[in-house]
Design a protein around this ligand. Sequence first.
Ligand code: AHR
Length: 499
Amino acid sequence: VASPVEVVIEADRPGATIHPNVYGQFVEHLGRGIYEGIWVGEDSSIPNTRGYRNDVLAALKDLRVPLLRWPGGCFADQYHWRDGIGPRAQRPKRVNTSWGGVIEDNAFGTHEFLDLAEMLGAEVYVNGNLGTGTPREMAEWVEYITADGQSTQAELRRRNGRDKPWRLHYFAIGNEAWGCGGNMRPEYYVDLYNHYATFVKAPEDNQPKMIASGGHGDMTEWAEAISSGVEPNWSLRLDGISHHYYTLPNADWEKKGAALGFDEAAWFATLRQTLLMDDYIVANKEVLARNDPDGKYGFYVDEWGTWYDTEEGDNPGFLFQQNSLRDAVVAALNFHIFHDHADRVHMAVIAQMVNVLQAMILTDKEKMLLTPTYHAFHMYRPFHGATTLPARVRNAPEYRHGDGAIPGISVSAARDTDGKLQLALVNPDPGTPLTVHVAVQGGAVQRASGRLLTADAMDAHNSFAQPQAVRPRDYSVEAREGRLAIELPAKSIAVLVVE
Ligand code: AHR
């Protein structure tokens, strides 16, 4: 029997604030992410509110989505925003050349996206088209969204039924410029950023944070080039540098690994791969510490999550995948990494919200289910805007498999916005339960209560036949002699209030 892990929360040493937007979500014109997944149209037999499906809306409201990114992704660099405004019947149909070659009828456009974000109370992140758009097209899009008064684009927006501007919180110049966004060198991108961003103008009280599209994985050259090559002035802004990193079990784009039916080697490899997120953030933070010592720029991980092989029979361009307990553990480990880097990581956006990659929600026509990843996001809601607290861990186990080893526990503590002490624990080992003794520096503990997520199988998941197979259960424990002893099952996540 392993001896207990000892955790001491240093409640009197507050650290950085966890920006709620590290729990951001991504909706791209990709597969069934938007069409069917969110938007079914007003005439659908699926119950909807002005075209948005009611079941998905209700689940997202409950999740308290803080931020929505749209319209891509790779799709952003082929998207011409004027295709998606005006009467829907008159909008042009285009081929979605990024994803599956399907017809995009543009039913979901600027109004539909921004109205969705308003309904959810989410901040908005619009990704501009650098790849195939002009500076004028980009500038006019931002004017259309943000301008009040007599501007040409504001008048057009009013004719399309929206009087007041929407609030625009973030705007990005292109996406993955190193790849689908134009296969550019960082130096070339920096020049284009300077050029395009100069003409993105919005009223002072509705000025979006401006995002430069950065690297992925272990790349640091994009953060280097952007943070040294963009010099903000009265006509040019830069607020954040984006970065993407996907978790592939086999670290191989040709054979990524299966979403379900995997063995422990694949479970272990997936978790080891996902923990590289920390290395990549650390490496990029070092670059930024040199080039931006005052910390003006955020490091935004605006695409992350698992990416598996598509199932036979599914359209490979739709990136639909099932989601298991393993995905929930991946999510929780990444949350802890983002919390640890809260000083610089002010945004992280999982890919993607519905029916695509590591999704919160899956739909099959009128049916809908919540994935284990949804439950992880739901459990961590108290961490939105919370203040990080150091947690000292003694006697931490390792989780070993084959020749490899990763930390056998992950701990994150914070003071939430209601003043409560939140403690999150992840046991990544699928075979070994842990006993975790918890104390609070300089204070007595009475109890811990909250929710715990686990399941019997590593690939336990929710299906349309059994949509509740994996879901959190309540957990509470009373302190004995001033100390908590938390029983953390194998392969589990716990989020608890410590009192
Ligand atoms: O999220 C799917 C795709 O992954 C995005 O469109 C792109 O930015 C990334 O390569």
